[in-house]
Design a protein around this ligand. Structure first.
Ligand code: HEM
Length: 228
C-alpha cells in the first residue's frame, strides 16, 4: 500500500528522484568544516522563524517603533527570548557564513564546476550584510540611529555615486521616518524574497554537483597504495 501510494505520488511529482539526490547521494569522507554550510542554513531558519514572530508586535512608525520593541522585550510572554534569538542568530550567521566561505576557499571548492555555487554564495554574503544594515535601525533608539548614521556616511564616500546612494538609503537628506519605512520594507519583504531565491539556487547547485572532497584525500589514498 505504502509503495503504491509512493508510486502514485512519484508519477505526479517526481519526489523519488529529488529524495535520492538529496538524502541518499554518495558523499566523500567529510570533515567538521563541511558542516558549516548546514550550520549557516540553521541560523537562516532561526532568523526567519523568529523574524516572523517579531513582526506580530513590531510597528514600523517613528512614534511607536521603539515602544513596540520594548513591549516585545518586557511584556510579551517569551518575547525577550524570541528577540534574543533573532539578535544572536544574526551575529552567528555572519560568523558562520564567513567560516563556511573560508572552508570553501581552503578546500578549493569554488573551482570548476562549482563557480555558480560560489557566486550565489557571494551574493548571499552581501545579502546577509544588507539584512544587518536594515535590521539594526529597527529598534529606533540612539544606538540604532548612530550606528546607521555611521554606515550611511561610509556609503557616502563611494566615488561618484556616494551622495546619491546615501540619499537613496535615507529617503532624503537625513535619517527620518522615511528611512525607517524603507529599511523595514527591505528587511521583511525585499531581502527575504532574494534570500529564498538565492538559498534555493545555492542548495540546488550543491545537490547537482555533490559535495567536493577535501583536496588532500586523493593523494593520501594514492600514497597509501604506493607504499603497499
Ligand atoms: C546564507 C548563506 C549560506 C548558506 C545557507 C549556505 C549553505 C550551504 C550548504 C548547506 C552547503 C553544503 C554543505 C557544505 O559544503 O558546507 C553549501 C556549499 C557550498 N557553499 Fe554555501 N552557504 C551560504 C553562503 C556561502 C558563501 C558566502 C559562499 C562563498 C562565497 C558559499 C559557497 C559554497 C560552495 C562553493 C559550496 C560547495 C562546497 C562543496 O561542494 O564542497 N556559500 N552552502
Amino acid at each position: 500500500m505504502g509503495t503504491r501510494l509512493g508510486d502514485w505520488v512519484d508519477q505526479r511529482s517526481g519526489w523519488r528522484q529529488s529524495w535520492t539526490r538529496t538524502f541518499l547521494a554518495k558523499i566523500p569522507r567529510l570533515s567538521w568544516g563541511h558542516t558549516l554550510g548546514a550550520a549557516t542554513l540553521m541560523a537562516v531558519v532561526i532568523l526567519v522563524v523568529t523574524g516572523i514572530l517579531l513582526t506580530v508586535y513590531y510597528v514600523s512608525s517613528p512614534s511607536d517603533a521603539h515602544q513596540s520593541v520594548q513591549y516585545v522585550t518586557n511584556v510579551v510572554p517569551l518575547g525577550w527570548l524570541i528577540r534574543g534569538l533573532h539578535h544572536w542568530a544574526a551575529s552567528a550567521l555572519v560568523v558562520l557564513a564567513i567560516a563556511h566561505l573560508i572552508r570553501v576557499i581552503m578546500h578549493g571548492a569554488y573551482k570548476y564546476p562549482r563557480e555558480f555555487t560560489w557566486f550565489s554564495g557571494i551574493a548571499l554574503l552581501l545579502l546577509v550584510f544588507a539584512f544587518g544594515l536594515t535590521g539594526s535601525l529597527l529598534p529606533w533608539d540612539q544606538r540604532a540611529y548612530w550606528a546607521t548614521q555611521v554606515r550611511i556616511e561610509v556609503f557616502a564616500t563611494v566615488p561618484f555615486v556616494g551622495d546619491w546612494l546615501a540619499r537613496f538609503l535615507q529617503g532624503g537628506e537625513e535619517i527620518s521616518g522615511l528611512t525607517l519605512s524603507r529599511f523595514y520594507a527591505a528587511h521583511v519583504w525585499l531581502l527575504p524574497l532574494l534570500l529564498f531565491g538565492l538559498v534555493w539556487m545555492h542548495l540546488r547547485l550543491v545537490t547537482r554537483h555533490g559535495i567536493s572532497s577535501a583536496p588532500d584525500e586523493e593523494p593520501r589514498v594514492r600514497r597509501r597504495a604506493w607504499r603497499r
